[in-house]
Design a protein around this ligand. Structure first.
Ligand code: ATP
Length: 285
């Protein structure tokens, strides 16, 4: 849901951010996964958030013994910068996001936020600074207002509506039979993939996290929806450290710009700084 042009911009820096008010989205992720939770160290303290620098240092990870997904992955996202992760399907892009949210602990190397090893700080504290727009947003069996308010449960109705406006979903909601009171989820109104993503963006706007992780939808969206989502994402991401998982990047190659040049270079030298591909190959989806 981010245009090729935006991806070029993604490789550039944005600036610093000052935001406040967070809500823990851990429970949402518990709904999305039944994986075993990582445990806090007995001596774990809170993350001391300073400016939002993210460092992956020689990170190694495998879900199952003997099948390494990430091998010595290192990269830095500077405070306020937006960086896109690109690579073939299954190369481990979403895994990087899961590791940064600490769904799993790394098996080698470390992940630092402002110089602090995330495996040594309280999960709740870490996650309070991070907002995730996942590939598939979970909607609860509740009305659309509460579904958005989930981003920050103390938010007023007006703040919920402002977030919906910013995420470009407000008018859509007004077109529902009961507006913001319309029930959604399994037993209620079904929203399209693009609409659900905009609900996730509205939640993230309400949460106003210091670090944003975007897992781009793999499914194709119509161009208008894509444009709407790009516009709302741009609002969320400005001035925030942002990591985008770009599942669809053939367009970048087709444009023949910076990314294509990097990709071609990578073909000649298997080492890559940002991509998680160990053996670069034709991007696929
Ligand atoms: P795509 O662009 O297709 O979404 P990706 O680069 O985001 O792919 P990941 O979702 O990070 O890839 O998956 C990397 C590898 O890890 C894949 O081979 C996948 O099958 C495997 N994998 C992902 N989740 C698990 C899991 N929970 N248990 C075991 N293996 C997993």
């Amino acid at each position: 849901f981010v245009s090729p042009l935006t991806y070029f911009v993604l490789l550039l820096c944005f600036h610093r951010m000052i935001q406040s008010a967070f809500v823990d989205m851990e429970s949402m992720f518990e709904l999305l996964t039944e994986e075993k939770e990582v445990k806090d160290d007995v001596n774990a303290g809170d993350l001391l958030f300073i400016e939002g620098r993210v460092d992956f240092q020689n990170v190694c990870f495998s879900y199952t013994a003997g099948k390494e997904i990430l091998s010595e992955v290192s990269f830095t996202v500077m405070p306020g910068q937006t960086v896109a992760l690109v690579g073939p399907s299954g190369s481990g892009k979403s895994t990087i996001i899961r590791l940064l949210f600490r769904f799993y602990d790394v098996q080698g190397g470390c992940i630092l936020i402002d110089g602090q090893d995330i495996s040594k700080v309280k999960q709740n504290s870490l996650r309070s600074y991070i907002g995730v727009v996942p590939q598939d947003t979970v909607l609860f069996n509740d009305n659309i207002r509460e579904n958005i308010r989930y981003g920050r449960i103390s938010a007023s109705d007006q703040e919920v509506e402002e977030a919906a406006v910013a995420a470009d979903i407000h008018h859509k909601i007004l077109s529902f039979p009961d507006g913001y009171d319309t029930e959604v989820g399994e037993r209620g109104l079904k929203l399209s993939g693009g609409e659900k993503q905009r609900v996730a963006i509205a939640r993230t706007i309400l949460k106003s996290p210091r670090i944003i992780l975007l897992d781009e939808a793999t499914s194709a969206l119509d161009s208008q929806t894509e444009r709407n989502i790009q516009a709302s994402l741009a609002k969320v991401c400005a001035n925030h450290t942002t990591l985008v998982v770009a599942h669809r990047h053939e367009e970048l190659l087709a444009m023949g710009g910076l990314y294509a040049a990097m990709w071609l270079k990578q073909q000649q030298t298997p080492e890559s700084e940002v991509s998680t591909d160990e053996q670069p190959q034709e991007p696929q989806q």
